[in-house]
Structure formats: structure tokens, C-alpha cells
Design a protein around this ligand. Structure first.
Ligand SMILES: O=C(O)c1ccccc1N[C@@H]1O[C@H](COP(=O)(O)O)[C@@H](O)[C@H]1O
Length: 209
């Protein structure tokens, strides 16, 4: 299973988190977020990482030009689209960045909205389900209704996100079986400052699966 730790801001934490077992690290390119990082910060955090770690930039309602500039300047391997990007936008982005993983994040409020993820299947590599919050785009610590996801089986790999912590991860994964998980606020001391003890505890819990 893929394990993405998101909202890395400190270069010295990125290799430490990869060494603990993360398969992907996420960098927030949304300027309103307390976890926002510049191109220079991403480059510093990405440079010590081995090739087998996915380096994902998280964007929300950025233009294709803005995304492609950041991706090319920071050596990212993927993008997570966390805003209101349409399937058409994902298609256009694919034309510009054919070798970059496209993950479409959806902030799911209810079952009807969950069904709209089908519209993205042909245009993205992976889906990511996060909890809906009326004021914040992400990193909210709010969990999804896991029961609602028990029958969710899209024809693309998908990540479960939203309020996951070392304490609740096994409860979530005993109910649902995503291809990956994504954690941010559940493994940090304060926004952008990851707690390596919590990250280690997460991987210890995952070993027991
Ligand atoms: O983390 C942020 O600040 C953020 C800002 C804008 C868009 C997405 C953001 N984070 C993403 O939110 C989810 C869930 O986070 P949490 O585990 O509930 O704290 C995760 O996918 C982050 O990539």
C-alpha cells in the first residue's frame, strides 16, 4: 500500500520520513495554507530523496501554467489537484505534463458527490478522497464517513485521506481497502512541523496489518 505523508516543509524531515517507510511525500503549493512551501523549499526537501519516493505537489485551482512551472522547477513526480479542477482541466494538464502522475482529490460531502469521482477516471492516474470542510481546502484533520466508502471500488487506484492518525488508521483500514493512505495533520506537532515519533508509530501500526 502507498503511504503519502503530506505537508512537508522542513528539508531535514523529508529524508527521515522516507526512511521511516513513506512511499510518497507531499508539498503544499497552495499559498493560503500554513504548510505552503516555495519552489526553493521543495527543491531542498526533494534533493536528498531517492528515485523510488514519489514527490507530489498539492495545488488548488492553480492554472496549468502555474502548475507546470512549479513541477518543472522542483523535480516533482506528481501533482495532487485539491480544488475544483474539472475532468477537462485534468485532460489538458495531462497534455502538458504527460509523464507526471495526476491525483485528483475530491472533498466528499455525501454519496452523490462520491459518484462524481467516476467522471475523472479517464483523465487521472489516481483519486484521493478527503473530508469536506466549509472553510478549508485540506489539512483539516476531519475524517470521512468510512462506512459510506465500504462499497467504493473505482477503476483507478485511490488514496484515503482526511483526519487519519496513528490512533485511527487500523480502524479505518479494517473497514475499507484503499490503494494508499495520505496523512498530514495527524502526524504533526503544528502545521508543517511533522512529529517523527507519530510517523514512526504510524508505520509500526501498519506493520501489524
Ligand atoms: O494541508 C494543507 O494545508 C492543505 C491545503 C490545501 C489543500 C490540501 C491540503 N492538504 C491535504 O489535505 C488532506 C488531508 O489532510 P489531514 O490529514 O486531514 O490533515 C491531505 O491530502 C493533504 O494533502
Amino acid at each position: 500500500m502507498r503511504v503519502k505523508i503530506c505537508g512537508i516543509t522542513q528539508p531535514q524531515q523529508s529524508l527521515a520520513i522516507a526512511n521511516l517507510g513513506a512511499t510518497a511525500l507531499g508539498f503544499i503549493c497552495v499559498q493560503t495554507s500554513p504548510r505552503y512551501v516555495t519552489i526553493e523549499q521543495i527543491r531542498a526537501a526533494v534533493s536528498p530523496l531517492p528515485d523510488n519516493i514519489d514527490k507530489i505537489g498539492v495545488f488548488a485551482n492553480s492554472s496549468i501554467l502555474q502548475i507546470s512551472e512549479v513541477v518543472q522547477a522542483s523535480n516533482l513526480t506528481g501533482v495532487q489537484l485539491h480544488g475544483d479542477e474539472t475532468p477537462e482541466f485534468c485532460y489538458q494538464l495531462r497534455q502538458i505534463l504527460p509523464n507526471i502522475e495526476i491525483i485528483k482529490a475530491l472533498r466528499v460531502r455525501n454519496l452523490q458527490q462520491l459518484e462524481t469521482t467516476a467522471n475523472y477516471i479517464d483523465y487521472v492516474d489516481s483519486l484521493l478522497l478527503d473530508a469536506y470542510h466549509p472553510q478549508q481546502l485540506g489539512g483539516t484533520g476531519k475524517t470521512l464517513d468510512w462506512e459510506m466508502l465500504q462499497a467504493y471500488k473505482p477503476s483507478r487506484p485511490w488514496f484515503l485521506a482526511g483526519g487519519l492518525t496513528p490512533d485511527n488508521i487500523l480502524t479505518a483500514l479494517n473497514q475499507i481497502h484503499p490503494n494508499g493512505i495520505d496523512l498530514s495533520s495527524g502526524v504533526e506537532r503544528s502545521p508543517g512541523d511533522k512529529d517523527l515519533d507519530k510517523v514512526a508509530l504510524l508505520f509500526a501500526k501498519l506493520k501489524s496489518l
